[in-house]
Design a protein around this ligand. Structure first.
Ligand code: URA
Length: 432
């Protein structure tokens, strides 16, 4: 390992055998954290070339169990987002796609962060669980069309260790490491079609479109090298996705989208990802046709019905799908009023995520309890006009003190200008 660290430090590429040795040794605990930390820092400064990235992805994928989805009939798709604020895409996308007959067997995490992960959000339905046997997981995917299971420690154990180490050594933002971390998990999960949502902007890892395009391109190349149909969509994360940030609030927004009541960026993203899945799966012959099919699943209620079936199949009470007032709710609703007027020039999406975190909507440590009812409903986003004294957002909080602090923090996330700025497209590009 000492020789490999020096090789990378001096700018040379590691061979497949060297990468296999390093990943296997580190996963087994034979290579210590201090050596791996030095390697990660060398990778941070020297980068990884395409061959190293493919080899690292494959070594990580094979560090633990891989899921064999051959017991599930039909086309199997998966989607992954590089992470952003207010991202409830899976809750809308999976039911819409399943209503068209494509199967989605998703593994998901809880995660540290501004809000919980998809699993935490889904626990807004009383009784809902993502813990199940592999047999039950497959049975649900076959009967309902989709299932979401908690990612087990046996899938890509190398990433569990590496990601935790990257997190505390300032080495998260290395393209080759992000690609291998995400793609090893997606490949191990076994789907035929993988659609990646690469976020660009203040609330994401990739701050510029150039960086996002490089990341998207490499993830697509790695997916194809592994024989999977892979597409990456690059989308804006300068503002949170949709209007709600917070666990139960995001479930409510997802249900509203499935009822056809919420349009905007959230629906656009789900239609874009969903139509690419239908196209790659040969279910639709053009993007327009695919979009029509997905919109129809909202209009005829079949997608919403799928969500209710899914919640029931995983032990939850689906009554809240039909009556969202049954979802957890915070006791305090507080309007965050604007202290100035003008057009919203920009919003700090990551700062807005931190507002949700301080309200109790996310985890600070792995042990933190999430408050499912808290969060924010944004009334103003980039490009909107705001008059002084108008509400920027409704804060849902557990106490008045937290609500006032959240309002203070939120106001600092907005930047105003006298003139309306140019609208920038939400979908920034697609890499196939
Ligand atoms: N998400 C992951 O799973 N891994 C990364 O490295 C970055 C984002």
């Amino acid at each position: 390992m000492t020789e490999l660290i020096a090789k990378k430090r001096d700018g040379f590429a590691l061979s497949k055998e060297e990468i296999d040795f390093m990943v296997e040794g580190y996963t087994r605990g034979e290579i210590p954290d201090y050596q791996m930390s030095a390697m990660l820092m060398a990778m941070y400064f020297r980068g990884l070339d395409k061959e190293e990235t493919v080899n690292l992805t494959m070594a990580m994928m094979h560090s633990g169990d891989t899921i064999d989805l051959s017991g599930i009939t039909g086309i199997k798709a998966d989607k992954h987002s590089t992470g952003g604020v207010g991202d409830k895409t899976s809750l809308v996308l999976c039911p819409m796609v399943a209503a068209q007959g494509v199967k989605m067997a998703k593994m998901s995490g809880r995660g540290l962060g501004h809000t919980g992960g998809t699993i935490d959000k889904l626990e807004s339905f009383p009784g809902f669980s993502c813990e199940m046997t592999t047999e039950k997981f497959f049975e649900n995917v076959n009967s309902v069309g989709f299932a979401i299971a908690a990612q087990t420690a046996d899938v890509v154990p190398a990433d569990k260790k590496l990601y935790a180490l990257r997190d505390v050594t300032g080495t998260v933002a290395v393209r080759g490491l992000i690609v291998s971390s995400i793609m090893s998990k997606k490949l191990a999960a076994g789907a035929d079609i993988i659609v990646l949502d690469v976020k660009v902007g203040s609330g994401s890892f990739m701050k510029t479109i150039e960086d996002a395009r490089l990341l998207a391109g490499e993830m697509v190349e790695v997916g194809k090298a592994a024989g999977r149909k892979t597409v990456a969509v690059m989308t804006d994360m300068d503002s949170p996705l949709g209007c709600c940030v917070g666990n139960a609030l995001e479930v409510k927004e997802a249900i509203s989208a499935l009822r056809g009541e919420t349009k905007g960026d959230l629906l656009e993203l789900c239609l874009t990802i969903g139509s690419n899945i239908l196209l790659e799966g040969g279910i639709a012959e053009s993007e327009e046709k695919a979009r029509e099919m997905l919109v129809r699943s909202i209009e005829d209620g079949s997608a919403l019905k799928k969500l209710a079936e899914f919640v029931e199949a995983q032990g939850g009470d689906s009554a809240a799908v039909w009556d969202t007032s049954l979802l957890p709710e915070a006791p305090i609703k507080y309007e965050a009023l604007s202290t100035c007027s003008g057009y919203v020039k920009s919003m700090q999406a990551d700062g807005i995520g931190l507002v949700s975190l301080q309200l109790g909507g996310g985890r600070v440590t792995k042990e933190s309890e999430i408050d499912l009812g808290v969060g924010l409903v944004l009334h103003k986003k980039t490009g909107d006009f705001v008059a002084e004294g108008e509400s920027l957002a409704t804060i849902h909080a557990s106490s008045m003190e937290k609500a006032e602090k959240a309002a203070e923090m939120l106001r600092k996330c907005y930047e105003f200008s006298a003139e309306k700025g140019e609208d920038s497209p939400f979908i920034k590009g697609i890499v196939r």
